[in-house]
Design a protein around this ligand. Sequence first.
Ligand SMILES: C[S@@+](CC[C@H](N)C(=O)[O-])C[C@H]1O[C@@H](n2cnc3c(N)ncnc32)[C@H](O)[C@@H]1O
Length: 271
Amino acid sequence: MENATLLDFLLKRKETVHEWTKIPWDEPEFSRRMLREHLSQDHDAASRRSNIIDQHVHWIHGKVLKGQPATILDLGCGPGFYTDRLTKLGHTCTGYDFGPASIEYAKANHEGTFHLGDLRTIDFRNGYDLVMLIFGELNAFSPDEAQAIIDKAYAALKAGGKLLLEVSRFAALAKPDVEPPTWFTSKGGLFSPNPHICLIENSLDLGCLTTHHYVAEVGSDTIHTYSSMHQAYTDDEYRHLLRQFDHCLIYPSLTGSSQPDENFLAIVAEK
Ligand SMILES: C[S@@+](CC[C@H](N)C(=O)[O-])C[C@H]1O[C@@H](n2cnc3c(N)ncnc32)[C@H](O)[C@@H]1O
């Protein structure tokens, strides 16, 4: 019965999404399940594992901030792993995220000031030495939203302040061949608390990678679709998004040059 439903759904589905879409980080139940992924030390899917975050924070503190105490705005801070470490190093940090479980966890467990808010609509305020948005999240906004967030970050920085972006490499998203469809089964996880099968399908259009997760729970004939989009940019396109800034430097990873990251680049743009 479920197989017939799933097959019927897959044969009738429309693969093209016309509106920009991302996974529902801000939905309370999804956010609660996502928090487990953030905290997991078995993978680097939602946040990196602790030892990698330590290396990133070491580079941000030593190289980007030259060890000087700074006022920092962490956009899309998640459960606050970076905010916490940077606060303990003497910086004054504010984190924003629209995942309710992440912000609740950050407030209860981490140092720094945390607010629930959507980066597309909140006022960032101003007076920061550093604004950061990492782990490729800029690519998960539509190009217009990404430009608007960069422009708000520029306005929020002091003269001489820096915007730190960790963005997806062009080749990591706009691969010549998109990953073929695949699937997995789960007894309960991010996409459903119940036993389910999840089918994953990717498509690439004008540098925008769309990933659909089709989730069918055992015993239910409803198929849930979770879609997310990621826009690929070349290095020149990143420079264009940051054209208001005085200059920008591109690094092979969030640890500087020592260990290039296969999927991400770090950009430091100075106002
Ligand atoms: C990949 S996670 C990274 C979290 C954190 N920066 C880290 O590296 O541990 C992306 C974060 O961006 C947040 N996010 C995505 N879109 C957002 C939006 N429109 N407003 C606020 N936060 C957003 C998500 O809730 C999630 O916590």
